[in-house]
Design a protein. Structure first.
Length: 215
C-alpha cells in the first residue's frame, strides 16, 4: 500500500532519535522525510526540502533545546502551519513545549525506545484508512505465534472501522498463515472477534474457512 508522505523537523544534534522516529512512523504507514538521511550531497538540498514540505501530509517537529537554536526548524514549522491540510504531531525530546507557530498544538514527551503507538493514535484520528492498511501490511509479515499476536493486537480495537476490503484482506492473511490462526490469543479471542465484527463484509465461504481453522 502507498505510504503517507511525512516530514520530520529536527536539529542535527538530535539525528539519532530522529532516525528512530522515522522507523516508528514507517510502522504506522508514514514515509517521513529526514533531511540528513534522505538528501545526498549532490542534490540541491534546499529545493528538495521545499518539495518535501509541499508534499507532506504529516509534520513531526522534534522539540528540544537543540530544536530552538536550529537555523531551519522555525522555517519548516512555519511552512507546516500555513498548510491547513497537514497533521502536526509535536514530540518533545526534553520537556520543551510547543512554541512560536506551534504553541497552540498539544505536545507530548517522547521517550526511547520510540513506540509507534505514540504516533498511531493521532494518525488514526485523521487518516484511519491509511493507518489500518499499514497495520494490515505489518500483520502479513507475522512469522511467529507471539509476533502474530503482537501485530494483531493494535488492529483489534479497530475491527468496527474496517472496510469490507480491509476485513476480507485480514481474513485472507489469517487463513494463509498458520502463525496467525493458530496463535493462542488470535485463535481464542482476536479472530472470533474479527469474524463477528466482519459479518456481512466478508464472503461467507471465507468466514467459514477461517472458522474451521480456529475451531
Amino acid at each position: 500500500m502507498p505510504k503517507i508522505p511525512g516530514f520530520i523537523s529536527y536539529s542535527s544534534a538530535d539525528r539519532g532519535i530522529a532516525a528512530d522516529v522515522k522507523n516508528a512512523l514507517l510502522a504506522c504507514g508514514v514515509d517521513a522525510f529526514m533531511a540528513h538521511e534522505d538528501i545526498h550531497v549532490s542534490q540541491q538540498w534546499r529545493d528538495r526540502i521545499v518539495d518535501e514540505l509541499r508534499r507532506m501530509e504529516v509534520f513531526v517537529p522534534l522539540l528540544s533545546a537543540n530544536f530552538r537554536t536550529s537555523e531551519w526548524t522555525a522555517q519548516e514549522a512555519g511552512a507546516a502551519i500555513v498548510r491547513r491540510d497537514v497533521l502536526i504531531i509535536p514530540a518533545s525530546l526534553d520537556g520543551t513545549i510547543p512554541y512560536g507557530f506551534l504553541n497552540h498544538f498539544q505536545g507530548r514527551r517522547l521517550h526511547r525506545p520510540v513506540d509507534p503507538a505514540f504516533f498511531r493514535v493521532p494518525l488514526l484520528a485523521h487518516k484511519p484508512g491509511a493507518i489500518i492498511d499499514a497495520l494490515i501490511d505489518d500483520l502479513e509479515g507475522a512469522g511467529s505465534f507471539r509476533g502474530a499476536e503482537s501485530r494483531m493486537q493494535p488492529i483489534v480495537p479497530l475491527f468496527n472501522q474496517l472496510s469490507p476490503a480491509q476485513a476480507e484482506r485480514i481474513v485472507d492473511i489469517a487463513i494463509s498463515n498458520n502463525q496467525i490462526w493458530d496463535a493462542s490469543k488470535c485463535r481464542a479471542t482476536y479472530l472470533p472477534d474479527l469474524l463477528r465484527s466482519a459479518a456481512g463484509k466478508v464472503p461467507a465461504a471465507k468466514v467459514q474457512e477461517l472458522q474451521d481453522r480456529i475451531a
